[in-house]
Write a protein that binds this ligand. Structure first.
Ligand SMILES: Nc1nc2c(ncn2[C@@H]2O[C@H](COP(=O)(O)OP(=O)(O)O)[C@@H](O)[C@H]2O)c(=O)[nH]1
Ligand SMILES: [Mg+2]
Length: 435
C-alpha cells in the first residue's frame, strides 16, 4: 500500500531547510489515506523516532517537529529541539519558532497532539482541526485564530544522517576532470576499424528522463542548457518514431562518434509501449530512421524502409535502460518483468546494457543542493541498489545522474556527472568489442 506526500519537491526543500543538519523525510501517515483516523496515526507513528507533523490549508502549511519519538501513550515530552513552523505560500520561506524552550514541548492525548502552547491538532469525528496560539507571530496575515479544519495532515519521520562518511564511488569534482572527460568524449573513436559512430539506444518508461539525458549531454558539451522539444512531452501511447541524435562537440559542428537513439517509451505491457520484437529490430539495425512504432503492427520485412541486411553501423552498440529514481517503487510488476525479459533477450545479442538512474536530485536534499553528494548520499546508494535489482544488473552497471531541466546555465559538477555516465557507456562498448 503506497501513498504519496502532498509536499511537492520545492516545498519539501523549504521544509528541509528548517533543519541545521542534513535530513530527509519519510512519509508515515497521511490523513486522507487513513480516513483522518487519529488512532491510526498513533498506531503507525509511535516510537518511530524524530518526526515532523504537517497540516495543510491550500498552499499554507503549519506544523511541528519533535526530535524525540511520538509517545505510545498519553503523555508530555520534554524536547529542547522541538519547534513549530509555518510556510505561508510557495513563494516564501518556512519560518521556525522554538517551543517553550523545551519544557512540555509536546503533549499527546487520546485525540490530540500539541506542540507546547503554540499549535494543537485535535481530531474529532474523522476530521482534524488546528488551533494556533496568537501570541506567536506565525507570519500569517490572513489567519483566523479560531480553530480551523485541516485539508490534510501528514506525519513524516525525519531521518538524520543521510550522508555516508565517504563516497562509494570516486569522482574528482574539479575543472580539469570536466575538461578531460569532455576531451575524451569529443575525441572518442570506436574500437572497430570502419565503424565511425557508436549507436546507444535509450529504453525506458515515459518520464524516465531519456530525452533529458540526450539534451543534458548536448548542454554539457555546448556549455549552455539545451532543451529538446520532446522533453516532458505527453505520451500519445500510440506512435513514436525512431529518432537518432548525432552528438556534436559544438552547436552546428561536426558530429562526434556518438549517436543516441530515442524510441517509443516502454509501457506497462508490450501492447501499450515498445514491444520486445520492435526493440530487437532496432537493436539489430532493421528499423529505418524515422520508423513509426505502432501497437499491434510489429515491424517486418515489408515495412517501409526495413533494412534487410544491416551492417554493424546500423546496429545498436549499447542499450541503456533509463529509470526514474523517484518512481522506482511505483513501477508496476508487469513493467519490471518486461525490463528483465528485454534484458535477457538483449544479452543474447552480446550488446552491453547499463542502467541510467535519473532524478537522483529529487531523492536527496543534499544532492539537490550540491550534486557532488551523489556518491555520498545514502538514499541514492539505496536507489542504485534497487535499480540494480529491478533490472537484474550488478550495482556497478547503474549510473546515477541528474539531468539538466529547469536550470538556465550549465554547472561544472552536473557536467562531470553526465560526462562520466557517457564515459562508462563508451567503456562498456569498448569492453564488449574487445571481448
Ligand atoms: N529533477 C529532475 N527532473 C528530471 C530529470 N530528468 C528528467 N527530468 C524531468 O522529468 C520529466 C520527464 O523527462 P523526459 O526527458 O521527457 O522523459 P522521457 O519521457 O523518458 O523522455 C521532464 O519534466 C524533465 O524535466 C532529473 O534527473 N532530475
Ligand atoms: Mg522522451
Amino acid at each position: 500500500m503506497t501513498f504519496n506526500s502532498r509536499l511537492d519537491p520545492e516545498t519539501e526543500k523549504k521544509l528541509l531547510k528548517l533543519f541545521d543538519l542534513n535530513v530527509n523525510f519519510r512519509l508515515l501517515y497521511k490523513g486522507s489515506h487513513f480516513n483522518f483516523d487519529i488512532r491510526k496515526l498513533f498506531q503507525i507513528c509511535s516510537d518511530q523516532g524524530s518526526f515532523i507533523l504537517t497540516v495543510y490549508f491550500g498552499k499554507h502549511i503549519f506544523g511541528g517537529f519533535l526530535k524525540k519519538s511520538l509517545p505510545r501513550s498519553n503523555e508530555q515530552v520534554k524536547d529542547e529541539d522541538a519547534f513549530v513552523f509555518s510556510l505561508y505560500d510557495s513563494d516564501s520561506t518556512a519560518t521556525r519558532f522554538s517551543v517553550n524552550e523545551g519544557h512540555h514541548a509536546f503533549h499527546r492525548t487520546y485525540s490530540s497532539i500539541s506542540f507546547g502552547d503554540c499549535l494543537k491538532v485535535a481530531a474529532s469525528d474523522r476530521e482534524f482541526h488546528v488551533n494556533l496560539c496568537s501570541t506567536y507571530d506565525f507570519n500569517w496575515p490572513e489567519w483566523d485564530w479560531e480553530k480551523q479544519l485541516c485539508e490534510e495532515v501528514e506525519l513524516h519521520r525525519v531521518q538524520a544522517g543521510d550522508l555516508l562518511p565517504g563516497p562509494w564511488r570516486g569522482l574528482p569534482w574539479i575543472e580539469t576532470n570536466r575538461d578531460e572527460l569532455r576531451k575524451d568524449l569529443v575525441s572518442y573513436e570506436p574500437p572497430i576499424v570502419g565503424l565511425t559512430q557508436v549507436r546507444v539506444l535509450l529504453l525506458g518508461p515515459v518520464g524516465a528522463g531519456k530525452s533529458s539525458f540526450i539534451s543534458s549531454i548536448k548542454s554539457a558539451l555546448y556549455g549552455n542548457v539545451v532543451n529538446l522539444p520532446s522533453i516532458g512531452a505527453k505520451p500519445d501511447g500510440i506512435i513514436k518514431k525512431l529518432k537518432s541524435y548525432p552528438i556534436r562537440a559544438e552547436k552546428g559542428g561536426q558530429p562526434i562518434a556518438l549517436t543516441l537513439c530515442d524510441v517509443r517509451d516502454m509501457g506497462d505491457s508490450e501492447e501499450t509501449g515498445l514491444s520486445l520484437h520492435d526493440a530487437l529490430a532496432v537493436i539489430n539495425g532493421h528499423a529505418p530512421e524515422g520508423y513509426k512504432f505502432q501497437s499491434g503492427m510489429p515491424i517486418n520485412p515489408s515495412s517501409a524502409g526495413y533494412c534487410l541486411d544491416p551492417g554493424l553501423q546500423d546496429k545498436i552498440h549499447c542499450v541503456v535502460f533509463v529509470l526514474n529514481a523517484r518512481s522506482l517503487h511505483s513501477y508496476g510488476e508487469s513493467l519490471v518483468k518486461m525490463i528483465k525479459k528485454y534484458r535477457r533477450e538483449i544479452s543474447d545479442l552480446d550488446v552491453p546494457q547499463l542502467v541510467l538512474l535519473t532524478h537522483v536530485d529529487e531523492m536527496c536534499h543534499a544532492v539537490n543542493t550540491d550534486v557532488r553528494y551523489v556518491y555520498t548520499s545514502r538514499i541514492v546508494q539505496k536507489k542504485v541498489q534497487e535499480a540494480a535489482s529491478l533490472a537484474d544488473v550488478p550495482v556497478s552497471f547503474v549510473l546515477p545522474v541528474k539531468n539538466y531541466m529547469s536550470e538556465l546555465t550549465v554547472n561544472r559538477d552536473t557536467d562531470i556527472l553526465i560526462f562520466s555516465a557517457v564515459r562508462q557507456i563508451l567503456h562498456a562498448i569498448d569492453d564488449t568489442f574487445e571481448a
